[in-house]
Design a protein around this ligand. Structure first.
Ligand code: NCD
Length: 313
């Protein structure tokens, strides 16, 4: 089986079979990490451009490592967001990349739809590494991989996503991905941070964290985007922390085998206490490791994906 599109622009358009294919393909790639030589020749001779218009540490380095472990030639372009805000500039950049004959472009942009625009403009395969408030597909895939790895399955898991659902591309991609794979998703947060009609995405909505936590198999904590604080979408960080922060007292009321996830970067002491972040309930560092395997799987499948992952050299 192969992916039907040559780009990965979002989870919304993927079928459950395609999602499963990506997760299954990531398993042998993760095994490579235990070898002394963590490299396979899969993308030798291929060029990947990482085009980041927004600050990013985790996602950019994860992609770069995935590309290098597949033996691709890697080019990093970080662009100052303030100088490029219009679609026109993006097209100019796209044309430059096209002239360089890149095979893949990994793009992060503050404008929703930027990866789609790029996909219409150039012939390279485009991977969305986060577009505005829209989608962040590889994050959702690595999260699904982590849930499956830890819980044995995704179907029927109660996943509680906590925090700023409104502005979160991570939440949106995860909602698509989890519901497609049969998980039961509840979103919880201040009323100002929950989009209206979110129920249409087959999720439950709650406003009181303590009502939903006892049923959770997975608690997915979103970053408090402090920049939103200026818009007064919630009264204060202290109040947010009291109402929606995940600390040990709250975890005590949860299932014994609950797992806590966070896409990073974390605000320790605000949405998650340090004690929880560093506890055995937390799978946050596993998410980071799994992210590399998932990105390798995505690149491999978009490159045409042969039957088997090649042996290391
Ligand atoms: C997320 C992002 O940038 O969308 N982080 C990430 O990719 N590791 C989440 C966030 O910034 O809150």
């Amino acid at each position: 089986m192969r992916l039907k599109d040559r780009n990965l622009l979002g989870i919304e358009t993927l079928t459950p079979e395609e999602i499963k294919l990506i997760l299954d393909t990531a398993v042998p790639f993760k095994e490579i990490f235990t070898r002394s030589v963590k490299k396979v020749p899969t993308l030798r001779g291929k060029t990947v451009v990482n085009l980041f218009y927004e600050p990013s540490t985790r996602t950019r380095t994860s992609f770069e490592l995935a590309e290098k472990r597949l033996s691709a030639d890697v080019l990093n372009i970080s662009v100052n967001t303030s100088s490029i805000v219009k679609g026109e500039s993006l097209i100019d950049t796209a044309k430059t990349i096209e002239a360089m004959k890149a095979d893949f472009v990994v793009i992060r942009h503050s404008m929703a739809g930027a990866p789609h625009l790029l996909a219409r403009t150039i012939s390279a395969s485009i991977i969305n590494a986060g577009d505005g408030m829209h989608e962040h597909p590889t994050q959702a895939l690595l999260d699904l991989f982590t849930v499956r790895d830890k819980k044995g399955k995704i179907e029927n898991q109660n996943v509680v996503i906590v925090g700023d659902i409104l502005h979160s591309r991570v939440a949106r991609s995860n909602i698509w991905a989890l519901t497609k794979m049969g998980a039961k998703v509840t979103v919880v947060g201040p009323v100002t941070l929950i989009p209206s009609h979110i129920e249409n995405l087959k999720v439950k909505v709650a406003y009181k964290l303590d009502d939903v936590l006892p049923h959770a198999d997975v608690i997915y904590v979103l970053r408090v985007q402090r920049e939103r604080q200026k818009q007064h979408l919630f009264p204060s960080l202290r109040e947010y922390s009291e109402l929606y922060g995940i600390d040990m007292d709250r975890l005590k009321k949860c299932k014994k085998d609950v797992i806590v996830m966070h896409p990073g970067p974390m605000n320790r002491g605000i949405e998650i206490s340090s004690e929880v972040a560093d506890s055995s309930f937390s799978v946050i560092t596993e998410q980071v490791t799994n992210g590399i395997a998932i990105r390798m799987a995505v690149l491999y499948l978009l490159a045409g994906g042969a039957e088997k992952v090649e042996e290391g050299e």
